[in-house]
Write a protein that binds this ligand. Structure first.
Ligand SMILES: Cc1cc2nc3c(=O)[nH]c(=O)nc-3n(C[C@H](O)[C@H](O)[C@H](O)COP(=O)(O)OP(=O)(O)OC[C@H]3O[C@@H](n4cnc5c(N)ncnc54)[C@H](O)[C@@H]3O)c2cc1C
Length: 249
């Protein structure tokens, strides 16, 4: 079931491999929510491809995209959408990260009650795992809905990851408490980790952290930037102020 025009995505990945951002406008609609992640400070920009969950459910499309990214040395992250996509995304990750010897990462969400089991499944696999709090309103019978409970789950899951993983941990949070916890866990268990934050959110902190830690910035790119902004503002109203400042600048 190949539903892309292969030429379009190949072009985007080739551009990424040459050090430029992705030409997301040239991606077919299903992949057009993909974004580039670039290493934030000092280091040269390292583009990676972030693939929207809607693509993960089409194994041949995803395999095709990851193959082309790998050929250009571009790391591929699979983002995570609502709970109806979790199984398909984890299955896709497992297949692709085995094929590409760890050149793929996946996002898991602390607000979902299933995530502890998912982390046990992911621990022995190659590749990277990003832990986020979760951006979707999920049903109370499968998810933690109170913020303090989600925060507690994040702490428990991050601790498990530092205990069980050999490396490849990504802390996808702007929360200073979670970043501090990751540093403490690194000191205790020695496991490598990276910090990932969204462009425009706590930028000063990102630059400060990058002096001592591995910090990556999630950069929206292409014609879908407005829907990206809507999603971020829906998560947190204060992000509107950051976004407007970024647009003015
Ligand atoms: C790189 C990255 C990738 C992501 N990918 C996904 C994904 O694939 N699927 C998904 O469901 N979700 C994803 N998310 C979103 C995530 O699930 C959360 O909704 C979002 O990050 C908010 O949670 P938080 O941990 O950053 O901080 P919160 O719990 O929202 O806030 C905690 C504290 O962080 C600080 N803070 C947070 N935001 C700001 C701000 N704007 N300005 C100043 N301080 C702030 C404040 O001190 C605040 O009290 C991603 C997030 C990041 C950073």
């Amino acid at each position: 079931m190949t539903s892309y025009e292969p030429g379009a995505l190949a072009l985007a990945v080739a551009r990424a491999g040459s050090g430029l951002s992705f030409a997301v406008e040239e991606l077919p609609p299903r992949a057009a929510r993909s974004v580039a992640l670039a290493s934030s400070l000092g280091a040269p920009v390292v583009p990676v491809l972030e693939v929207a969950a809607v693509v993960h459910q089409h194994a041949r499309d995803l395999a095709w995209a990851v193959d082309r990214a790998a050929a250009e040395d571009v790391f591929v992250w699979l983002d995570m959408e609502d709970h109806t996509t979790t199984d398909a995304t984890l299955d896709a990750f497992e297949a692709e990260t085995r094929t590409h010897d760890g050149g793929v990462g996946v996002c898991v969400q602390a607000n979902l009650q299933r995530t502890a089991d998912d982390i046990d499944r992911l621990a022995p696999l190659p590749g990277k795992v990003r832990l986020v709090k979760g951006a979707y309103d999920e049903p109370a019978d499968i998810a933690y809905t109170r913020k303090d409970r989600v925060d507690a789950a994040y702490r428990e899951l991050l601790t498990t990851m530092f205990q069980q993983f050999d490396g490849g941990i990504a802390v996808g949070s702007h929360d200073p408490a979670m970043v501090e916890l990751a540093r403490d866990l690194h000191d205790e268990f020695g496991t490598d980790f990276e910090i990932q934050m969204l462009m425009g959110v706590r930028e000063d902190a990102q630059y400060e952290l990058a002096e001592t830690d591995d910090v990556w910035q999630y950069v929206p790119y292409g014609s879908k930037w407005l829907s990206y902004l809507y999603r971020r503002v829906a998560e947190r109203r204060e992000n509107l102020r950051f976004a407007l400042r970024a647009i003015v600048n």
